[in-house]
Write a protein that binds this ligand. Structure first.
Ligand code: SF4
Ligand code: F3S
Ligand code: FES
Length: 254
């Protein structure tokens, strides 16, 4: 096994402020960044705060920024970096710091609660639901989400714009609205809930200008923009903005 001494800059601090601190830590073959952070805790910084759980890319806990890019610490292999490179590890920028690499992601839980749940169809018992396979597959893609919130962290609408947070649910939860709106059994419409309208009016769909940064960082490779946000935008466009409808009305006026 080969080992080298890697150079790291890790953000240390709390709600009152902080700074990048330099460390030299041993790196072994086959390790991920989280292994190095754990070695740093074990050998030099026992009070370093970092959130993690599964170390398998499935719990979504270890989200942070590595060289400024939102990533899972447990799924970022050290082998992707040059051994001579200084690797900077910082907390998610879009959320308030609790301590060191741990941020307060409660913004996301607030946004989750704002999306009304699936409304079961009347007269059909659970177990009797029937859906076309294509609809099942569409939902399954979105259901791979591990709620790491890397997409929420990277989206420019809120990344440096705290003022937009109240009006914008972010890609993860707009994807949830899209999933429910495309669900063939969701009966929200029967109860007067128009998910397309609320996507625009309450969850800030219009703020998204399809930069696709969310899709680029998703560790589950969910095509958030192409398969959820763009289709939701298309579905939400009011008929009065449809150029064919507009042309038709002009012709009829003559
Ligand atoms: Fe993470 Fe992808 Fe889910 Fe966003 S959609 S929270 S990036 S898994
Ligand atoms: Fe943001 Fe993704 Fe739209 S990064 S702007 S939600 S495409
Ligand atoms: Fe669970 Fe990284 S520790 S995703």
């Amino acid at each position: 096994m080969s080992t080298y001494e890697g150079s790291f800059r890790v953000w240390r601090g709390d709600t009152g402020g902080g700074e990048l601190t330099d460390f030299t830590v041993a790196v072994n073959d086959g390790e991920v960044v989280l292994d190095v952070i754990h070695r740093l805790q074990a050998t030099q910084a026992p009070d370093l705060a970092v959130r993690w759980n599964c170390k398998a890319g499935k719990c979504g806990s270890c989200s942070a920024e590595i060289n400024g890019r939102p990533r899972l610490l447990c799924m970022t292999r050290m082998s992707v970096f040059d051994p001579a490179e200084v690797i900077t590890v910082t907390p998610l920028r879009a959320f308030p710091v609790v301590r060191d690499l741990v941020t307060d992601v409660s913004f996301n839980y607030t946004k989750a609660r704002e999306v009304p749940a699936f409304v079961p169809p009347k007269g059909v018992a659970p177990g009797e639901y029937r859906m076309a396979q294509i609809d099942v597959e569409r939902s399954q893609e979105f259901r791979k989400c591990i709620e790491c919130f890397l997409c929420q962290d990277t989206c420019h609408v809120v990344r440096d714009h705290e003022e937009n947070k109240a009006a914008f649910a972010g890609p993860r939860f707009l994807m949830r609205v899209a999933e429910l709106d495309m669900h063939p059994l969701d009966a929200a419409g029967d109860e007067g809930l128009d998910r397309k309208r609320t996507a625009q009016d309450e969850h800030g769909l219009g703020y998204c200008n399809i930069t696709k940064c969310c899709t680029e960082v998703c560790p589950e490779h969910i095509k958030i923009t192409d398969n959820a946000l763009i289709p939701l935008k298309e579905r939400a466009v009011d008929r009065k903005y449809d150029p064919l409808v507009w042309l038709g009305s002009r012709i009829r006026r003559r």
